[in-house]
Design a protein around this ligand. Structure first.
Ligand code: GAP
Length: 457
């Protein structure tokens, strides 16, 4: 069931508490561009770090890369994107607003009373903004072009990469040789990609500038299916290992006519979103030998691999492709909870409270340090506690407002632990540690606190 209201609450929390702000907002904003605020950048970095750890650092068969965003036109000719990376676009003949034809059809099909046996045609759909007639669909290329150089007439066309994996293919031979890799092995990278999307709705779900976390696994064609199934399972389990609710996830295989031009097989991991049901969060693709064959042909460089038995082939590529922004959004949605009032004053008892039940590895702030008074002895102890752990754990120091309000502020941003320094601390040299989800409180000796907290993470 669509719950636009829930999305509005999440977007409002993101703005209010410094997770995500509309881009260029003081100038009225730039559509579909968003900035990550102080807590958003921590959350997204934690997601990227968790991905890198699982996909590169804890494996012997995957290495990392950071390739350029700017690439010459020939890369996208070879990759097939200049020819095939299109979305169908319709334009209203009256207000000239543009829409994605496939999205308009999808929206109609989702309306109550839609009869599957009598499929609606695109030319029966009026403009959603003014009711005017829509044009025939035209293909619209999604790549973003720019110019390099300072002298008019001598500028060179370049493209902002439309998917990060292309940089991996360009460096495949260099990485293989430098790292003395034998197949099967993978190359991973995290970075920005750019697409001139026509429909940009639903917050950070679909943007024109976004981040991908992609891994390309180079394999013997005979073994491609085995690796494909393995990586599908790995990616699914990664989301579960970071606390995502399994019933909100599903796999969906792309139909033949829906697959990208490079794909022999493609499966999405979809998330059941509050605004529109199942939507793509990540993908696993069998790209066959498309990419290395094409770059071999266009560059004139041989991309054939000779294995230990002397067999020659162009490697197949099994790709895992995750969106850092989509993962951030889905982790936020999945963690968002409204609960009956749990803490704070009697006079606030009927208000709902928000708790972000983020996995501790993803939470932007790991430990909040809360002195009961702003005065010297407690403040000093609290600051000493903070500096004793901030090397390992991201902390936040907060001394303003009632303790109930401060707990609620930390619950809203998903902080797993709060440490309260009170007047008893001066006597018994202990502090109170409060856990976010259970609200369990424990007195811990200050001398043991660092070890106690590090063990929790
Ligand atoms: N290299 C394969 C590839 O790029 P894709 O399905 O086009 O495949 C992969 O994109 C992932 O990148 C998506 O599952 C999504 O998480 C993310 N993504 C794609 N377009 C996006 C956009 N406009 N805004 C945010 N994330 C996007």
């Amino acid at each position: 069931m669509a719950d636009q209201n829930l999305m509005e609450k999440i977007i409002s929390l993101c703005k209010r508490r410094g997770f995500v702000f509309p881009g260029s907002e003081i100038y009225g904003g730039l559509s579909a561009s968003y900035d990550y605020g102080p807590l958003g950048v921590e959350l997204k970095n934690n997601i990227k770090k968790a991905w890198w750890k699982a996909m590169v650092q804890k494996r012997n068969d995957v290495v990392g890369l950071d390739s350029t965003i700017l690439t010459p036109k020939i890369v996208w000719e070879a990759s097939g994107h200049l020819q095939s990376f299109h979305d169908p676009l319709v334009e209203c003949k009256v207000c000239h607003h543009r829409f994605r034809a496939d999205h308009l059809l999808e929206a109609k099909q989702a309306e109550p009373g839609y009869i599957k046996e009598k499929p609606i045609e695109l030319n029966e759909i009026p403009c959603p903004d003014c009711g005017g007639a829509l044009s025939e669909p035209k293909n619209f290329n999604l790549l973003m072009k720019t110019e390099l150089g300072a002298v008019d007439g001598q500028k060179e066309d370049a493209y902002l990469r439309g998917e990060t994996c292309q940089g991996i293919y360009l460096d495949y031979l260099s990485v293989k040789d430098a790292m003395r890799q034998k197949l099967p092995f993978g190359i991973a990278q995290v970075g920005k990609a750019f697409r001139n999307e026509i429909t940009t709705k639903n917050f950070i779900f679909r943007m024109r500038e976004f981040e991908q976390m992609e891994m390309q696994f180079f394999v013997d064609p005979k073994d491609a299916e085995k690796h494909f199934n393995y990586w599908k399972e790995q990616r699914w389990n990664w989301y579960l290992s970071l606390g995502m609710t399994e019933k909100n996830l599903r796999f969906r295989q792309h139909a033949t006519d829906e697959r990208a031009h490079y794909a022999k097989d493609a499966w999405d991991i979809e998330y059941n979103t509050p605004w529109g049901g199942w939507k793509e969060m990540a993908g696993v693709h069998n790209r066959g030998d498309w990419d290395l064959s094409r770059h071999g042909k266009y560059s004139g460089i041989d991309t054939t691999y000779t294995d230990l038995e002397g067999e020659k082939y162009v490697p197949y590529i099994v790709e895992t492709s995750d969106g850092a922004d989509r993962a951030t959004l889905m982790f936020l949605i999945d963690a968002f909870a409204e609960v009956e009032t749990r803490s704070g004053d009697e006079n606030a008892k009927h208000e709902k409270e928000l708790v972000l039940r983020l996995h501790k590895d993803l939470a932007p702030i790991k430990v909040a340090i809360l002195p009961l008074s702003k005065k010297e002895p407690l403040q000093k102890i609290a600051k000493e506690i903070q500096s004793s752990i901030w090397n390992e754990l991201m902390t936040q120091y907060d001394e303003t407002g009632s303790i109930g309000k401060r707990y609620r502020r930390q619950d809203e941003i998903g902080t797993p632990f709060c440490v309260t320094v009170d007047f008893d601390s001066l006597e018994d040299k202990k502090v109170t540690v409060r856990e976010r989800d259970s609200m369990k409180q424990e007195r811990v000796a200050m001398a043991d606190l660092r070890k106690y907290l590090l063990e929790k993470f």
